[in-house]
Design a protein around this ligand. Structure first.
Ligand SMILES: [Zn+2]
Length: 487
C-alpha cells in the first residue's frame, strides 16, 4: 500500500488544508464541472482540466478506486459572474447557422482531440445535461416541495431568502447576499423574481429558444446550476468526496449547487471543494479584448504571435505542473523556454536511469528521495515541489553516469520505478522519442536538409542512400504536404 495516510487537501469550504479521509474506504468519488461546448476550450479551461487530471492520476497512483465524473454542458442558460443568464449555445448555434447539438458535437470533437494531445485520462463518465433533464426536473420538484423554490409564469426560481433562514447561503464563497454590489442587484432586478439574488431552476421557453423540454411547469429549459446537482448525485450519491472546478465557478455556480443539494436532500453534496486557479499571459488576465488570447492548439502549432516559437503539448503540460494548481500561472516566453530546458533535462535523466551502472552500495539516500516525492504530492498536490525533488533525482543520476556517485541494483530499481511513476503516471508526461534526445533533433534537421538538397539537385543516389541509412537505424522518414517528418 502506498503512502496515502498523510494526504492533505485544501478545502475551499473551510479555507484550510484538511487530511483526506474518503467517505468509503479505498474509494474516491470526484465530480468536476466540465466544459460548455459553444466554442473551443481556451487555455485557462485546459489548465483546470489538466490540474484535475493530475489529481485524478495521483489518486490512482495511490491505488484508490476512483470514480471521476466530469460533465458536458450542452443545454440551458449559463449564468455569468454578475448573475445574468445567457443562452450561449443557442447564440453560437444561430451565429454558425447550426442546431444546438451540432454546435456541441463540433466543439466536443475538438475538446476530445485536445484531451488526447495533452494526455488527459478519460474520466469514468462524461454525462451530458441534455440526457438528464428528467433528473433535473425531479430535483426541482423536491426543492419546491421543501419550500425553497417558487413558480412564476412557468419559470421556477430558487428562494434565496427563504433558504437563508435554514441554511447559510454564502457558505462556500463567503459572499453575503446583502453585500452584493448595486450593479449586480440592478442587473438582476428582473420583475418576476421575488428577490434579486434568486436564481433560475427552470426557465420558461423564449420564442427563439432552440432547445425546449416539457416540464410540469410548461415548456422551457433548465437553469445551469441544476444540471451539476442532477449529474453529480446520480453518479456519486447525495454526499461524495470531492467537487472541483475553476476558481471562477465558486460563485454563483458552486454556491448554488450547495443550495440546491441542501434544499433537496438536506446536505452539502461534497466533503471537499477544490478550485483550480486561472492563468495570465505576460502578467495580464488572458482575454480577447487585451489581444493576449490564444487557443491550446495554437501554442503547439506556433500559430499565435504571442510566442516566437511552438511548444510541444508535453512541455506545456510540464510548464503548467511547475505551478501549484491554486496559484496563478503566468504564460511568458522566458517561463516557457526555461520549462522546455528543464523538461529536456528531466526526461534525459529518466532515459539514462534505465542503463545506469550499478555498484555494491548507494552514495545517497534513495528512500528519502522517493519519500520526498510523496510528501510533496501529499501536501495538497504540490507539483512544483515534486518537480524540484525529481530534479534532485536527475542530478544524482547524472553524477552516477559521470562516475561521481554510485547506486545499488535494488536502489536503481526503486528509483526507476518511482521516478517513472511520478513523471509518466502522476504528472502525465509522455515524452516522445524526439523529445527525449535533444541532441538528435538538430542532427536530424541537418541530415534531412542534406537529403532535400540532393533531391533538388536530382541526386537520387545520395537521397536514397540517406533514406535507406536512416531506415537501417530505425528512423522512418515521411514526405507529406506539410514537409518532411521523422519518427
Ligand atoms: Zn458545474
Amino acid at each position: 500500500m502506498k503512502n496515502r495516510r498523510n494526504l492533505q487537501i485544501y478545502n475551499s469550504l473551510s479555507g484550510k488544508k484538511e487530511y483526506f479521509e474518503p467517505i468509503h474506504t479505498d474509494h474516491v468519488g470526484m465530480y468536476v464541472c466540465g466544459p460548455t461546448l459553444y466554442s473551443e476550450p481556451h487555455m485557462g479551461n485546459m489548465r483546470t482540466f489538466i490540474n484535475f487530471d493530475m489529481i485524478f492520476r495521483y489518486f490512482l497512483y495511490l491505488e484508490y478506486s476512483v470514480k471521476y465524473v466530469r460533465n458536458i454542458t450542452d443545454a440551458g442558460h449559463i449564468t455569468n459572474s454578475t448573475g445574468l443568464e445567457i443562452d450561449s449555445i443557442g447564440r453560437a448555434a444561430r451565429m454558425e447557422q447550426m442546431q444546438s447539438l451540432e454546435i456541441v458535437y463540433k466543439y466536443n470533437v475538438k475538446f476530445q482531440d485536445l484531451q488526447r494531445l495533452y494526455n488527459l485520462l478519460p474520466p469514468s463518465i462524461e454525462p451530458t445535461a441534455t440526457s438528464h433533464i428528467q433528473e433535473q426536473i425531479e430535483i426541482i420538484e423536491k426543492i419546491i416541495e421543501n419550500g425553497y423554490a417558487y413558480v412564476v409564469n412557468e419559470s421556477v426560481y430558487f428562494d434565496v431568502q427563504r433558504y437563508g433562514k435554514d441554511y447559510n447561503y454564502g457558505i462556500l464563497s463567503g459572499r453575503k447576499v446583502d453585500e452584493l454590489d448595486t450593479e449586480t442587484r440592478a442587473l438582476n432586478a428582473q420583475d418576476e423574481k421575488r428577490f434579486f439574488a434568486d436564481f433560475a431552476l427552470w426557465k420558461k421557453a423564449n420564442p427563439d429558444d432552440m432547445q425546449i423540454w416539457r416540464s410540469p411547469w410548461g415548456n422551457g429549459n433548465p437553469g445551469w446550476h441544476i444540471e451539476c446537482t442532477a449529474m453529480s448525485t446520480k453518479y456519486l450519491g447525495n454526499h461524495f468526496d470531492i467537487h472541483g472546478g475553476g476558481m471562477d465557478l465558486k460563485f454563483p455556480h458552486h454556491e448554488d449547487e450547495i443550495a440546491q443539494s441542501c434544499g433537496s436532500v438536506g446536505c452539502n453534496p461534497a466533503k471537499y471543494w477544490m478550485h483550480a486557479n486561472m492563468l495570465n499571459v505576460n502578467g495580464q488576465k488572458m482575454s480577447k479584448s487585451l489581444g493576449n488570447f490564444f487557443l491550446p492548439k495554437e501554442i503547439i502549432e506556433g500559430s499565435t504571435e504571442l510566442f516566437d516559437k511552438p511548444y510541444s503539448a508535453d512541455v506545456l503540460r510540464f510548464f503548467m505542473m511547475q505551478a501549484h494548481y491554486r496559484s496563478n500561472l503566468d504564460f511568458t516566453q522566458d517561463g516557457l523556454n526555461a520549462s522546455e530546458k528543464g523538461y529536456n533535462r528531466l526526461v534525459g535523466a529518466m532515459k539514462l536511469l534505465e542503463n545506469l551502472p550499478t555498484n555494491s552500495d548507494t552514495s545517497f539516500d534513495v528512500n528519502e528521495l522517493v519519500t520526498s516525492f510523496y510528501t510533496a504530492m501529499n501536501d495538497d498536490f504540490n507539483t512544483p515541489i515534486l518537480i524540484a525533488n525529481l530534479f534532485e533525482g536527475a542530478k544524482n543520476i547524472n553524477l552516477i553516469n559521470d562516475g561521481k556517485a554510485t547506486i545499488s541494483a535494488a536502489d536503481r530499481e526503486l528509483l526507476s520505478r518511482e521516478m517513472n511513476g511520478f513523471i509518466l503516471q502522476v504528472l502525465g508526461l509522455q515524452p516522445s522519442p524526439e523529445n527525449t534526445d535533444s541532441k538528435l533533433t538538430p542532427v536530424m534537421g541537418l541530415v534531412l536538409d542534406l537529403r532535400q538538397q540532393a533531391r533538388s539537385n536530382k541526386d537520387w543516389n545520395t537521397s536514397d542512400k540517406i533514406r535507406d541509412g536512416l531506415a537501417a537505424a530505425g528512423v522512418v522518414v515521411k514526405d507529406g504536404k506539410d514537409g518532411t517528418t521523422w519518427s
